[in-house]
Write a protein that binds this ligand. Structure first.
Ligand code: ZN
Length: 162
């Protein structure tokens, strides 16, 4: 099967659309998630959202606990942030769909995210730091928002892509 192509460009219509909720937790969804994981790993991203590969549905993958012995990849379907702390922190981000651009973005440092796994089971996770940041970045993709829309200051370079 051909590899998934990652869509780039801040004006691409699919990157700017609000993605549709997933309704069927079927083999097609699992296959899409598997192919997205391959594309994310190959591109060395910490996350990838379905619209970035041309599928306007509410699914993303995120790397949790990056660069630790607990590193893992989690698929989140129809995710929602149901609570967050008051603290917002600046941290550097990049994006597989906006190659070569890195900037500091303000994100909540602690979030509770509700999501469904690929089997359709609901979960709630409390996350902080980089884990929370990647999820906020990927959730933006499902709403047609790119990190460059949130840039507040422009004095940094180099870093991770999500
Ligand atoms: Zn991104």
């Amino acid at each position: 099967m051909a590899k998934l192509k990652i869509i780039t460009g801040v004006d691409d219509p699919i990157l700017r659309a609000v993605a549709e909720p997933v309704e069927k937790f079927d083999a097609g969804l699992k296959k899409l998630a598997k192919r997205m994981k391959e594309a994310m790993v190959e591109a060395k991203g910490l996350g990838i959202a379905a619209p970035q590969v041309g599928e306007s549905v509410r699914l993303f993958l995120t790397v949790l606990n990056y660069d630790t012995s607990n590193e893992s990849v989690l698929a989140m379907v129809n995710p929602q942030i149901i609570a967050h702390g008051n603290e917002e922190v600046l941290g550097e981000e990049g994006c597989l769909s906006v190659p070569g651009v890195y900037d500091k973005i303000l994100r909540y440092s602690d979030i509770s995210v509700e999501f469904f796994d690929l089997e359709g089971t609901k979960h709630v996770l409390q996350l902080s730091g980089l884990n929370a940041r990647v999820i906020q970045h990927e959730l933006d993709h499902l709403n047609g928002v790119l990190f460059v829309d949130r840039v507040k200051n422009k004095d940094t370079a180099s870093g991770v892509v999500m």
